[in-house]
Design a protein around this ligand. Structure first.
Ligand SMILES: Nc1nc2c(c(=O)[nH]1)N[C@@H](CNc1ccc(C(=O)N[C@@H](CCC(=O)N[C@@H](CCC(=O)N[C@@H](CCC(=O)O)C(=O)O)C(=O)O)C(=O)O)cc1)CN2
Ligand code: MET
Ligand SMILES: [Zn+2]
Length: 780
């Protein structure tokens, strides 16, 4: 029989139960026992759903209090020594300290999981790292599932992916050199599973979808040979892109099965089948684990028919990746109309989809005729619905010319026009946009959305917030203030709610990191902007100050990247439609007298395809989309952009080609390393490298920021340098926000006087890193 399974299920809970429980625990409102009970309840529910749907195996190992990479490190016992924790006796409190930092130690670094909006904690490795075993949560949860009567397939992140994604501070550290230690650790885990009678173990090696160099590729065979005698069957799981280039390797690896992503890379099926041995399982990920569209089930069955003929029972059916990246349960969405709802499937619905495909393959389509009829009708309605296609939008995109994606004059000409009216001081100061999203703001919005707070009162409350934020910035002396984004639930969802061609959900939450979630809007049709989206808020904010108010928009690439995107046309096309909508908004802001406008693109780097071979094409269309959004204005209007969360060194030319007048960019956590690349590359326009990290409540002292400013001045001429934090302040509280900004302005004043007096700023002043080493920085 063809087996039905999934690689993992979202842990957050349909009502974000895990988020609220974890945050209560952090606040001390509940204890470990109550928190553990919430975790148990969620796991029990999610396993039961998998079983009820008809999956043959339910997944364990996919639960985590914060993150699955941290869980793997905790299981292996590979914790950074700087925390001083005993890996075998790690408490929940210590686990969260690794994730969030404590008084003495900053948290593990956090970064994006491949090309998703999920962030994992980066394990730290050094020559002393040991994998001598840690907590037994993984085994506890396995036993829990079995005690509930489930046929279980535990899942682990594989050793090579673990090492590849981990990080070492030592330059040139050979991570693969730790294989000799990590492999026995995994082998011990596998043997323990075998002893407990576990048949199948899923081992995730998503790095196989990257363009691996020979050193990493060649590490697979010997390592998996070590595992082949541990007594369990291994299902090696890959996802997010094709692994066809490794087909011979994968066919010959001593594992019992391979899972592949046939949504992102359907074409790899033929290549793999051509090389596939008879005795090995091929798990076909045909249901989209990254998007919310209901599958065209007839098409999926068709897609697998040749594979079924060739492989018989060795063909398994699954979702393309873990369902972690999809919201939990569509059934809760009571405000979507029936047509749209019929086009969607969240994680729980995807379980059913996997099973329908499986049953059709095992028992014939007749056994699932009713489900197929529903699916066929939905697919048909999505292909033909009048709500999807808007000829005016298509026409506008088709009519775009080169001139539409280019400012009228080059940067030096624009800079003169901007200087003439802005009259900013040297080293102008600004912020990235958001100010603290307080509980009061969120509560007011929640009440408004529930219909309990009338619209005029909601607007008044947000205006009061804007007034406060503008007054505080005037007091502090910021040169280019912002309105603070109080009215926005999220920088993408807010725009999705107002654009045609988008819809949004009530409970479509997806974990972004730890307890933080996002609710990506859904792009189902051609995108356009019925009415201005931000103009009134910005106009109001400008009325409160004589300084130039900076308008604040999210760019087309980021809106695309952080939404659920339609899969019936190329992403490029959708992105250009969004770009035109944002362009309209930019032009309206300019008309309203907002002549400094920031178009945020924090997800620009994240959108890069996993395979380098596809980078150029992406950078070309993504850059064009940004320029389309930014180029409708006159020379004197200053366009800013902002980027964060990523390493930008390898795409600097593409960033320069976006031709924003000013870019503010995250750099403080890397101690301005990035700027060296900007210096070498000679970034041509203005740049505001973040001078303090906003991800922790810690208030950096003046001299620390001064040191970063001095470092920046070594590579960026003062005339083109801006001073700002790393990112928006929405997750911060007010006290640290005011203190940090006040220090930032003090540092700026000192830098300005040094420049005016021709004094050279000292770069070597003790900074955060030195203070850290001395345990004297008060971080977190
Ligand atoms: N889309 C997106 N992706 C992104 C980022 C981003 O900002 N947006 N940033 C990076 C990730 N960083 C993130 C930083 C913070 C949060 C975050 O704070 N999320 C909030 C939810 C934000 C939100 O949508 N808030 C809504 C809904 C808030 C809410 O939960 N309301 C309660 C009621 C609250 C109350 O009464 O006090 C409810 O509806 O039940 C609002 O403000 O309106 C959370 O998890 O808590 C998420 C991601 C990368 N990816
Ligand atoms: C993730 S980038 C955030 C940019 C946005 N303008 C903010 O300040 O919140
Ligand atoms: Zn940012």
């Amino acid at each position: 029989m063809t087996i039905a399974h999934v690689l993992g299920f979202p842990r957050i809970g349909a009502q974000r139960e895990l988020k609220f429980a974890v945050e209560s625990f952090w606040r001390g409102d509940i204890g470990e026992t109550e928190l553990a009970a919430v975790g148990s309840t969620l796991r029990r529910r999610h396993w039961q759903w998998q079983k009820d749907a008809g999956l043959d195996l339910v997944s364990t190992g996919d639960f985590a209090w914060y993150d699955q990479m941290l869980n793997t490190a905790a299981l292996l016992g590979a914790l950074p020594a700087r925390f001083g924790f005993d890996p075998k006796a790690l408490t929940l409190k210590q686990y969260f300290e690794l994730a969030r930092g404590n008084a003495a130690q900053p948290a593990l670094e956090m970064t994006k999981w491949f090309d998703t909006n999920y962030h994992y904690l980066v394990p730290e490795l050094d020559a002393e790292t040991r994998f001598d075993g840690g907590v037994d949560w993984f085994f506890y949860e396995l036993a829990e599932a079995r005690s509930q009567g489930h046929n279980v397939k535990p899942a682990l992140i594989g050793p090579l992916t673990f090492l590849y994604l981990a990080k070492s501070k030592a330059a040139g550290f050979d991570k693969l050199g730790l294989a000799g230690r990590i492999v026995p650790a995994y082998r011990r885990i596998l043997e323990k599973l075998a002893a407990q009678g576990v048949e199948w173990v899923q081992i995730d090696e998503p790095i196989l979808a990257l363009e691996l160099d020979a050193q990493w590729r060649n590490a697979f065979a010997p390592i998996y040979r070590e595992f082949s005698t541990a007594g369990v069957k291994l299902l090696l799981a890959t996802y997010f892109d094709s692994v066809a280039e490794h087909a011979p390797l994968l066919a010959s690896l001593p594992v019992a099965g391979l899972h592949v992503d046939l949504v992102r890379a359907p074409q790899q099926l033929d290549a793999l089948l051509a090389a596939w041995p008879q005795d090995k399982v091929l798990s076909a990920g045909v249901i989209d684990g990254r998007n919310i569209w209901a599958a065209d089930l007839s098409a999926k069955i068709e897609q697998l028919s040749a594979a079924k003929t060739q492989l018989g029972n060795k063909l398994w059916v699954s979702a393309s990746s873990s369902l972690l990246h999809t919201p939990v349960d569509l059934a809760q969405e009571d405000q979507l109309d029936a047509e749209l709802k019929g086009w969607l499937a969240f994680a729980k619905q995807k379980l059913d989809e996997v099973v329908v495909v499986q049953r059709a393959l095992n028992e014939g389509r007749g056994t699932v005729a009713a489900q197929l009829a529903v699916s066929d009708a939905a697919a048909q309605s999505r292909r033909t619905s009048a709500r999807i296609h808007n000829p005016a939008v298509g026409g506008r995109v088709a009519a775009l010319t080169g001139a539409d994606a280019k400012r009228a004059h080059a940067y030096p000409v624009r800079a003169d026009a901007q200087r003439a009216w802005l009259k900013l001081p040297l080293l102008p100061t600004t912020s990235i946009g958001s100010f603290p999203q307080t509980r009061e703001i969120r509560a007011a919005r929640a009440a408004f959305k529930r219909g309990e707070l009338p619209q005029d009162q909601y607007i008044a409350a947000m205006q009061a917030e804007i007034k406060l934020v503008v007054a505080k910035q005037d007091e502090l002396g910021l040169d280019v203030p912002v309105h603070g984004e109080a009215e926005r639930n999220d920088m993408v969802e807010y725009f999705g709610e107002q654009l045609a061609g988008f819809t949004f959900t009530r409970f479509g939450w997806v974990q972004s990191y730890g307890s933080r979630c996002v609710k990506p809007p859904v792009i189902f049709g051609d995108v356009s902007r019925p009415t201005p989206m931000t103009v009134e808020w910005s106009r109001y904010a400008q009325s409160l100050t004589s300084k130039p108010m900076k308008g604040m928009l999210t760019g087309p690439v980021t809106i695309l990247q952080w939404s659920f995107v339609r899969d019936d046309q190329p992403r490029e096309q959708t992105c250009l439609q969004i770009a035109l909508a944002i362009r309209d908004e930019v032009v309206d802001l300019e008309q309203a007298g907002i002549k400094v406008i920031q178009i945020d693109e924090p997800a620009f780097r994240e959108g890069l395809p996993l395979k380098r071979a596809a980078w150029d094409a992406y950078l070309e269309w993504a850059g064009r989309a940004f320029r389309v959004s930014a180029s409708g204005v006159v020379d004197s209007t200053q366009i800013h952009t902002h980027m964060c969360y990523s390493e930008f060194n390898d795409i600097l030319p593409a960033i320069a080609a976006m031709d924003a007048d000013v870019i503010t960019i995250e750099t403080s956590r890397s101690d301005m390393e990035l700027l060296e690349a900007f210096g070498t590359f000679a970034y041509p326009n203005e740049i505001g490298p973040g001078v303090y990290d906003i991800h922790s409540p810690r208030v950096p002292p003046v001299n620390e920021m001064l040191r970063l400013i001095a470092k920046a001045l070594e590579v960026v001429p003062a005339e083109r340098l801006w001073i700002n934090p790393d990112c928006g302040l929405k997750t911060r509280g007010w006290p640290e926000t005011e203190a940090a900004l006040s220090n930032m302005l003090q540092a700026t004043r000192e830098a300005r006087s040094a420049i005016a007096e021709g004094r050279k700023l000292v770069v070597e002043a003790a900074g955060h890193h030195a203070a850290h080493a001395a345990g004297a920085c008060g971080c977190h």
